[in-house]
Design a protein around this ligand. Structure first.
Ligand code: GMT
Length: 382
């Protein structure tokens, strides 16, 4: 198949999923055309089946807000027409689903019937999408998509509750490439961070309010009083400055390190003993899955789709949002040498359920089904 993929090309989970999906499909022989405003972060190598089309937005003194959605829709039209794309798959509803709808209508006037699939990732529904600023357009463009997927049952449920949805939503979870995300031998790295054999706790995120990074610091503070440990904070975002301040006030600063954005996060995860995900909302929790694949147990909240990924008592524990006392108790239990190996095995075994080899065929099947449905409709109209 020739597939056009539209996504945010940044470090965010939706962009990572879209890029890894495109790479995996290209490996299977499909031709993948990424349509974004810059080269996706993880698309940094050459493959004969991967193409990148840049959306550039022309500015004009009249525009306080350059019309990205129009430039994107125009680019989609151009790529579909000239590259003979079979199906468009847009990731993150805003503004990709509505741009996809517009491209589809324009292409229809040229006799081209392009199916558009929208994948909902989380904040496009639970935070931004439900706001009255965008809600009518999000509802319309989800309902007008030829296929819709959500990354967890919980996100599907939220979408049905928050919007007036008249179309079926298929759940296709996030996935992981276990060839890349696996525990690597990095003893020298562990020794450098934990010279006295301390336990290593890791958190990675985009440091937005929704991640409640202050709870990570609170949990760490409680744990370190019982278990000698260090904390690594990976990623960057609006809350990082406040979190650095909080650490300076609360912790021994030698025990906490902020690493910023990292390309090879699996190297850090390879030496971690525990991963913390304290989010207030989390549709799936890709960062936790990456940790599990590297044999790192997870203490997470029970928000959104997290309990669908993190099995309580097996791959780690799930706790109520904000209940840092219980999170710390569970963390101390997991970090106990008598328990740690069992949880590490549990984490890896759960991650294997989401291996790309299990999830990719579901996407391919969904593309084929959507194409068939659209073709059937065209034939019945003609
Ligand atoms: O986590 C974020 O804030 C980034 C966001 C995104 O769309 O880039 O991630 C969302 O999509 C990921 C991939 O499907 C999910 O694993 C994350 O759970 C989800 N984040 C939230 O729901 C907050």
């Amino acid at each position: 198949m020739k597939i056009g993929i539209v996504c945010y090309p940044t470090y965010g989970g939706s962009g990572v999923v879209a890029t890894e999906l495109g790479k995996a499909l290209a490996k299977e022989g499909h031709e993948i055309h990424f349509i974004t405003y810059s080269q996706p972060t993880r698309l940094d190598f050459f493959s004969e089946n991967l193409f990148y089309h840049e959306v550039s937005v022309k500015s004009y003194p009249l525009f306080d807000y350059p019309p990205y959605e129009l430039a994107l829709a125009s680019k989609m039209v151009d790529v579909v027409e000239h590259e003979k794309i079979d199906i468009l798959h847009v990731h993150y509803a805003i503004p990709h689903a509505s741009a996809g709808y517009m491209a589809k209508q324009i292409l229809k006037t040229k006799g081209i019937h392009i199916p558009v699939i929208t994948t909902l990732h989380g904040t496009d529904i639970t935070l931004v999408g439900k706001d009255a600023t965008y809600e009518p357009v999000v509802t319309f463009s989800i309902n007008q998509s030829d296929g819709v997927t959500a990354v967890s049952n919980d996100l599907r449920k939220d979408t049905m509750n928050l919007f007036d949805i008249t179309t079926k939503i298929e759940v296709i979870p996030n996935f992981i490439d276990l060839e890349r995300f696996k525990k690597q031998k990095k003893d020298h790295f562990k020794k450098a961070i934990c010279p006295n054999d301390e336990k290593l706790i890791v958190h990675t995120s985009n440091f937005r309010k929704v991640k409640r990074v202050q709870d990570v610091i609170d949990v760490f503070n409680r744990v370190r009083k019982v278990v000698p440990s260090k904390l690594l904070l990976v990623g960057d975002g609006p809350e990082r400055f406040h979190m650095e301040e909080l650490c300076r006030n609360l912790c021994n600063i030698d025990d906490v390190r902020f690493l910023g954005k990292l390309e090879a996060v699996e190297e850090v995860l390879s030496v971690a003993d525990l991963f913390l995900m304290t989010s207030e909302k989390e549709s799936f929790g890709l960062a936790a899955l990456e940790a599990m694949a590297c044999e790192v147990p997870v203490i997470s909240t029970n928000a959104g789709g997290l309990p669908e990924l993190n099995l309580d008592g097996t791959s780690g524990f799930v706790c109520n949002v904000g209940d840092t006392e219980t999170m710390a108790e569970k963390a101390i239990h997991v970090l106990d040498d008598a328990n740690l190996d069992r949880f590490k095995d549990g984490a890896l075994s759960r991650a294997k359920d989401f291996d790309v080899s299990n999830i990719l065929p579901i996407y391919v099947g969904f593309y084929q089904q959507t194409l068939e449905n659209v073709n059937k409709n065209i034939t019945s109209i003609a």
